[in-house]
Design a protein around this ligand. Sequence first.
Ligand code: B12
Length: 249
Amino acid sequence: MKYLTDSSKIFTRFDINIEVARREARKISADELLQKVGDCVVEGDEEKIEDVLKEALKTKSPLEVTNEGLIAGMNEVSCLWDEGVYFLPQVILSSDVMITGIGLCEEKMGKSMEKKAKVVTHTAEGDIHDIGQVIVNALLNAGGFEVINLGADVPVDEVVDACKIHKPVMLTGTALMTTTMTAFPKIAAKLKQLNLNIPFVCGGGAVSEEYVTSFDLGIWGKEASQAAAMAEDAMNGAGWSEMRAKWNG
Ligand code: B12
């Protein structure tokens, strides 16, 4: 009988709970424009993002908008997911807005005509979390590198083959899951076997400095904003162990 009379759960508006949590989570930046950019990501607002970004880019650099607006917004989304407030539909909307935003910033950064050197980028086999890689691609492009973008969920052998074909100065990998990051040491071992001692910068929420520096060729990438400077080092002839000593603690 209790079940027939207690209708509180039926009439609970879970979307209103999300609204409250969003409001509380939204303190992204002290700057009004960057706050608006972050809000669009948190709210998954595909309609507003273009206008808001154009406004922000009038006075701020694409790098600032990327780091302090878009990435900061996505970090809030990660918190809301971890707290069980956001579920897959909200996160998918937010990541779509994030990717649109990165594209707009990339347009503004422009792509230098003369490419400096090749960098192969990928997201680990079995892993579709490619937002980190999309940011890395945009910043490498803006830094004047030719990005060979293998995309997400790339089999180990495909990454190795791309390195054989393109002979990049640097390889990057992104993994957001503990089950997929295990592809990185496999790739590194195969490259070593082929005597392709390419610096292999691995990043993404799942991987730690300790993990990446436990295998040869591996250098841990904490922030996407490091990628272009790392590629610059590799282009200037720094080997993986030299780069590890410089970039990792
Ligand atoms: C967005 C998201 C999704 C989106 C992905 C959309 C997309 N196109 O990427 C969607 C909704 C599709 C999704 C799906 C799933 N997800 Co998800 N997802 C997330 C979430 C909320 C945010 C991740 C994110 O984009 N962060 C922002 C980006 C910018 O961060 P980042 O990639 O780490 O990059 C930063 C740095 O690491 C660095 N970096 C990254 N790469 C590189 C490379 C170089 C060279 C350098 C220098 C730096 C660098 O730079 C960036 C910052 O500057 C996390 C939660 C969390 N707390 O992280 C879960 C999370 C990653 N997901 C998780 C899971 C389990 C899943 C699913 C399996 C869920 C399901 N049951 O279906 C599926 C995965 C399916 C698959 N096979 O991949 C788990 C993984 C758990 C684990 N540790 O293994 C997490 C951690 C949530 C959780 N706590 O449980 N997800």
